[in-house]
Design a protein around this ligand. Structure first.
Ligand code: BES
Ligand code: MN
Ligand code: ZN
Length: 516
């Protein structure tokens, strides 16, 4: 996907759709004539009238789509309300809503004069941006473009041709070309901002596609292949370890979970090495490619979407793709423990005791609390490999869905690091809410026969209890845990995200690393 900067004034903008953000109660004729005095006064007066009639005032999120009947150089105009205090979220909404509307439009491209016009039969949408009262044009561009690309995502791999012909499911960019225009931005700055926004949006869409794949396809082996592809394309080091190598490392906790599955487990490590980096950040992802619960089997309803139990791993892979493209200043290590959680005939029994990589013994009282078992060894590995700080991301507990719904992820661990991660998320509308790790939660994880048990009492602070379990493996290094069980999957479209796997975390994690 490419976007273009149109370096000319409005009357020269040849587009099928022009999108114009409007402040509350802004005078439309004044605005447009101030931008370009060559636009038809009559046409502008008409737009102002119709806008007035339709009650368009420019309040936040308001939209008005009007045809221009060839009286202006663009076929249609979309007026989009910014309200009086614009912020990044209104630009995100604008990008998303325009993308959704365009997907539903039928019609052919505006006929363009001159040679080569036929070659490009895609329709053209152009956004006009200006520096705002509250927000620099760069931020507006970044948010609008990011959301636009996210909202165009659709996963059509398993649709038959007939379904694909239905225009709504056709890949968006075969039909639309996108450009931006405006005054307060240089082409160099435009290139810099768009490359960042596109990297993040593309990587998020990539993560969403990994999640969307059926679990019989997206096995640990397949996930490892995808990781290899990302490493190769973006010049990252990669190491994929199989059963024997994992055994050698003593990852008894991870291997315990893998025992019930026919699919072999994979331990995936990617590295972005930066010379003279002041530290190494580890991103640790939960890669359960299907969570049946194991012998502590889930009921059918809870199992339905459990292919998304690798959403943490997908987020880490997405972030590594961004990092490989944008080359931040610090070194980053990605660690993914990938396995299914299945009730095969060799499966873990409730009551079994596992020995983790750092020697701690764990009594498994519930095989469905498998995420923390594989993360324990993955975190331990990251620290052995020299990580200075660890961020783990996982669809870890149903309790976080109960507490925060599908609105915010739970975040636990070191305050400073948590604060920085939350700020990184804020720039992209990824919300977090901090949950406590009080020492008392450790009581619930005491085992009669081992150092720890893996699940506390049902219905009691499930997310914090899981966080407390992980903390036992962090050796007091700076660490935060992101529980994305709620936000990793949505059942209906929400702002820039379509229903299904969300790719939550790709933007937060890569933004955090880019901020270093
Ligand atoms: N993968 C699940 C958590 C989950 C639940 C993710 C709902 C997405 C939506 C995790 O492995 C799990 O089963 N957790 C258990 C832990 C319990 C047994 C202590 C849970 O939350 O019920
Ligand atoms: Mn589980
Ligand atoms: Zn799980």
């Amino acid at each position: 996907m490419k976007v273009h900067w149109q370096n000319h004034t409005l009357s020269k903008v040849e587009a099928d759709v022009l999108v114009m953000p409007i402040y509350l109660n802004e005078d439309l004729v004044k605005l447009f004539t101030s931008l370009d005095k060559n636009l038809s006064k009559a046409a502008l007066a008409l737009i102002k009238d119709v806008a007035h009639e339709d009650g368009f005032t420019g309040k936040t999120g308001q939209q008005l789509w009007l045809p221009t009947y060839d009286n202006l150089p663009f076929k249609k105009i979309c007026l989009y309300g910014l309200g009086s205090n614009e912020d990044q979220s209104v630009y995100r909404k604008m990008g998303a809503q325009v993308a959704r509307k365009l997907s539903s439009l039928n019609g052919a491209a505006k006929s363009k004069s001159g040679a080569g016009a036929k070659a490009n039969s895609r329709r053209q949408v152009t956004f006009y941006l200006r520096s705002g009262k509250n927000l620099a044009i760069e931020k507006a561009l970044e948010s609008a473009l990011e959301a636009f690309v996210l909202a165009t995502y659709s996963f059509v791999k398993y649709k038959t041709q007939t379904a694909k012909d239905d225009s709504a499911s056709q890949p968006f960019f075969t039909k639309w070309a996108v450009s931006f225009t405006g005054k307060d931005l240089t082409e160099a700055k435009f290139a810099q901002v768009t490359s960042r926004a596109l990297a993040m949006a593309d990587a998020t869409n990539m993560a969403r596609a990994l999640i969307a794949e059926p679990p019989a396809y997206m096995t640990p082996s397949r996930l490892a292949l995808e990781a290899r592809r990302i490493a190769k394309d973006h010049d990252l080091d990669i190491k994929v370890m199989d059963q024997t190598q994992i055994e050698k490392l003593g990852m008894g906790s991870f291997l315990g979970v893998a025992r019930g599955a026919k699919e072999p487990p994979k331990f995936i490590v990617l590295k972005y090495n930066k010379a003279k980096s002041k530290k190494t950040v580890a991103l640790v992802g939960k890669g359960i490619t299907f969570d049946s619960g194991g012998l502590s089997l889930k009921p059918a309803q809870s199992m339905e979407h459990m292919k998304y139990d690798m959403a943490g791993a997908a987020a880490v892979l997405g972030a590594m793709q961004v990092i490989g493209q944008l080359k931040p200043k610090v070194s980053v290590m990605a660690v993914i423990a990938a396995t299914e959680n299945m009730p095969g005939d060799n499966a873990l029994h409730p009551g079994d005791v596992l020995v983790s990589m750092n020697g701690k013994t764990i009594e498994v009282n519930n095989t469905d609390a498998e995420g923390r078992l594989i993360l324990a060894d993955a975190i331990c590995y990251a620290l052995r490999e020299g990580a200075d700080e660890v961020i783990d991301i996982a669809t870890l507990t149903g309790a976080v869905v109960t507490a925060l719904g599908r609105v915010a992820a739970g975040i636990m661990g070191h305050d400073d690091l948590a604060q920085k991660v939350m700020e990184s998320g804020k720039e992209h509308g990824e919300k977090f809410w901090q949950l406590p790790l009080f020492d008392e939660y450790k009581e619930g994880l005491k085992s009669d026969i081992a150092d720890l048990k893996n699940a506390g009492s049902r219905g009691e602070a499930g997310s914090s209890s899981a966080g407390m379990f992980l903390k036992e493996f962090t050796e007091s290094k700076p660490w935060v845990h992101l529980d994305i069980a709620g936000v990793g999957w949505i059942d209906r479209d929400k702002d820039e995200l379509n229903k299904g796997g969300t790719g939550f975390g790709v933007r937060t994690l890569s933004q955090y690393v880019l901020n270093q």
